[in-house]
Each structure stands twice: as C-alpha cells, then as structure tokens.
Design a binder for this molecule. Structure first.
Ligand SMILES: *Cc1c(COP(=O)(O)O)cnc(C)c1O
Length: 460
C-alpha cells in the first residue's frame, strides 16, 4: 500500500468510495477514519492513535487480530491452490475438511453444510432451501417465512427482507413477497411498560408467533427465523422463557426453525451456538462472521437432517450456488480458526471466566445516572442510556445521545457501537480480565463525559 497522509486518504475516499450503510455526503464532508493496523484487541488509525476494539471489527474478529495460525493457513493455501470451484463435481481438501469439522462442532442434528460467502448469502440460501423443502414434500403453499421487527439478517434482497428494519424496507421496494414480521422480544421497551416480569413477557412475545401463524393460516407457513440474540438491533437479549416457547410453537405447526447464528455462533454466548444457550433445536443455522474471525469472507448454512434428507433423496439438482461456495482459502482459514478456538478453549473461557466477569462489571454500570439497563450474555453486552432511569423515560431521538456517547468513545480510544441509545459491545473472545478492566474504565469515562454533556444541555 502506498504511504499517504490521513488527509490524502480521506480525499481519495471521499472522491471514490461509497461506504455501506452510510450517508455518503455527510461522511465525505467529515472525513473517514482510516484504520491501518491491528494486534490482539487493538487497532491503530492513520494518525497512530490506539483504539480498543470492543466490537471485534463487526462482530467477527473473535480470535483477535494478528493470529499467526490463520495467516499461515491462508498463505499456505494460496500457494498450494488459490482457487478451485465445487460446481464441476469437484471439491478441494479444505472445503471437505471444513464441512466435516462443522458437522462435529454443531449440534447432532447437523451433518451437512452449504457454503456461501457471507451471512446475507446464507440467508438467501435459507429462503431458497426452505421453499424447496416444502415443494418437495408436496406442500408448495408453504412459502411464508416469519421474522421479527428489528431483526438483522443481511442486506441482499432476501436478507434485507428477512431483516425487520423499516429504514431498509423503505428503500428498494422491500420486503419481497411472502416474508412477514412479528414484534421483537425486547422486554425493556415492550414488557416493562406493561408491568410484566421478563419471564412472563418472554412467553407473551413467543405467543405473537402463534398469533401470526393462525392469522395467515398454518398451511402457508414455511419457517420462522430469528437471531438467538438480536445483534445489530441493539443486543436484545430475550427472556429465558422466549426461545423454548418459540420452539414448541414451531413444532406444534410443523414449521421449520431457522437460527441465524451469524453473530452468536462460534462461542459468542459461551456455548458454540446461541441455540444451545437458549435451548432450541433448529432445523437450519446460518453462520458467517466468526467462522473465519473475519480474516476472509465465508458464510454458510448448516442443514439439519430433517431438511437435508429431503433435498438429497428427493430433490434432484438444487439450482443454487456461488462461484466461491467452498472457496479453498476461506475454508483453510476457517479450519485454522476453529482449531484455534478449540485449542485455546475460547468457548469454555467465555462461559466460565470472561463472560461471568463481564456480567459482574456490567451490573455495576446500572448505578450510573444515565443508565436505564445494562445486560450481557457471554461476551455481548448493551447499556441503555435513558433520560430518567427510574421512570425508564427515553431521550428524544433527535438529541442523538447514543451518537454523542459514541463520539466520546472514539475520542477516548474505544470502539463501542450506538444503536439508538443502546451502547453495545462484542469484544474479541480472547479478551482477558485485565483487558476487560481497561475496557470498563473507558466505558465509565465515556458515560461520565456523556452525562456531563446531557446536564450542560439541560442547564443551558
Ligand atoms: C451480519 C449479519 C448478517 C449478514 O452477514 P453479512 O456477512 O454482512 O452479509 C446476517 N445475520 C446476522 C445475525 C448478522 O449479524
């Protein structure tokens, strides 16, 4: 890469680079932040500023940056065989080995995988696959897929349709037909005002699925899809009663259950899969992000035997696939990544050590005058900033308190994401207790600075 000053990078960026989910004009005026290198849980920008990455890149760099095993795996595979496809009744050793290893680290109902390059493509594949499944079973009317408001399932046409983001649906004529949404299991916003306990609210939120199934007619419903914990929606951790009730409803109506594990998979919640943490038995699981710790793009769908047997034994040719389905370099990196997760016992570490430690630290955030709620699951966490913590009154959205806080985070060398006024984290699974202490000190400082701003605005 050429050597340039930050201003030169920013000028070229503004002139040519349209960023994802970005107001192009606003960013061009402000100037992008240029990240130039990384190690373990830290990033450095083009000004030499060191930043603690409490978001693992974008929920993906689970083993941290600069892991030599992943770099070596990519280099060796690039040298040996940089590409060959899986279309021509051909395969490469890394793809075969990864398929085998995924069957091993996923719950027992999974023996097969379909490879893609991203979570969005994985969910597009899910839509194609569940509709094909019901066609093959002679129930072609079962086309409808039920998802949830404020879900995130990607940004391709099907991914964005499954997502429950009104801003996305407003652009490009979405959702596509036969995708519908129910309300999310967000206790603070929907259960607390009703005076419901978390557990009672969990059962109520699950009952909305049954209401929807009955409203549209069970014979039309193909599948229900959900993230075990909604990530991009703001780390919405459902009550413990929610998922088992959803599972029971899916079983009652014979509907396929799809767990979008793009964030929760590979140890984020303290188990290999979010579905294990929440006690469901999905028929399909989408994965991406953590499968390679983001070192190279890869995604896919774990296909449970219920669906796989029908596709294999009755399906004939499945008319779907990508040039890079099973890309050997991506699969080699995934193999090295999963072996590293096992060798370092990262899932156990999250479950038994760093996850519980983070939970205690987050509990203390609830004392802060700005904080209405603070919760974690494994190494995902959210802090909700509110105007009146006792009444639970939110700030007016125009105030942009979350973005204000995010600005302080950047300024103080911490990456925390703002989803409205929910400040969220998902640090690398390699984070140590001492590093959690560093992160918490930064979080406290940024909350104090935000509180000072809010009070100054009040006084003025
Ligand atoms: C990020 C994400 C996706 C989309 O993955 P891409 O690789 O960005 O296409 C899908 N589902 C969930 C839950 C995600 O967090």
């Amino acid at each position: 890469m050429s050597e340039r000053t930050t201003a030169q990078w920013q000028a070229a960026d503004a002139a040519h680079f349209l960023h994802p989910f970005t107001d192009f004009q606003l960013l061009a005026a402000k100037g992008t932040r240029v990240i130039t290198r990384a190690d373990n849980i830290h990033l450095w920008d083009s000004e030499g500023k060191k930043i603690l990455d409490a978001m693992s890149g974008l929920w993906c760099v689970n083993v941290g940056y600069a892991q030599q095993a992943l770099i070596d795996a990519a280099t060796a595979q690039l040298t040996q065989l940089p590409f060959y496809n899986a279309f021509f009744q051909t395969a490469t050793p890394p793809a075969i080995e990864l398929a085998e290893l995924l069957a091993e680290v996923t719950p027992p109902q999974f023996e097969h995988v379909f490879f893609c390059n991203s979570g969005s493509e994985g969910n597009d594949t899910v839509v194609r696959m569940v509709r094909r499944y019901w066609d093959l079973l002679g129930q072609p009317a079962r086309k409808l897929i039920i998802s949830r408001n404020n879900a995130y399932h990607g940004s391709t046409m099907a991914g964005a349709s499954l997502s429950g983001m009104s801003g996305m649906h407003a652009q490009g004529g979405l959702p596509i037909p036969d995708i519908t949404h129910i309300e999310q299991p967000y206790w603070y916003e929907l259960g607390r005002p009703l005076g419901l306990s978390r557990d009672d609210f969990g059962r109520l939120a699950a009952s909305w699925l049954e209401d929807k199934i009955l409203a549209v007619g069970p014979e039309r419903v193909a599948a229900f899809i959900g993230e075990p914990i909604q990530g991009a929606g703001g780390v919405i951790i459902p009550p413990a009663t929610y998922w088992p009730a959803v599972q029971a409803i899916c079983e009652r109506y014979g509907i396929l259950l799809v767990s979008d594990e793009v964030i929760c998979g590979f140890g984020r919640t303290g188990q290999w899969w979010g579905s294990e943490t929440f006690g469901t038995r999905p028929d399909l699981m989408t994965f991406a992000k953590g499968v390679t710790s983001g070192y190279i793009p890869l995604g896919g769908v774990m296909v449970g035997e219920r669906v796989a047997r029908v596709l294999i034994e009755r399906g004939g040719e499945f008319n779907h696939g990508y040039t890079y389905s099973g890309h050997p370099v991506a699969c080699a990196v995934a193999l090295a990544n999963i072996r590293l997760i096992r060798r370092e016992r990262l899932v156990e570490r999250v479950r038994e050590d760093t996850g519980p430690y983070l939970a205690t630290q987050f509990a203390s955030l609830k004392e802060h005058p700005l904080v209405g709620d603070a919760e974690t699951c494994g190494l995902m966490g959210a802090v909700l900033l509110v105007m009146d913590k006792h009444a639970g009154t939110p700030f007016a959205a125009e105030l942009g308190v979350g973005m204000l806080c995010r600005g302080h985070c950047f300024g103080n060398g911490l990456i925390m994401r703002a989803v409205g006024d929910r400040m969220i984290i998902a640090p690398p699974l390699v984070i140590t207790r001492a590093q959690i202490d560093d992160m918490m000190a930064l979080i406290h400082r940024c909350l104090d600075l935000t509180w000072a701003d809010v009070r100054a605005a009040d006084g003025g």
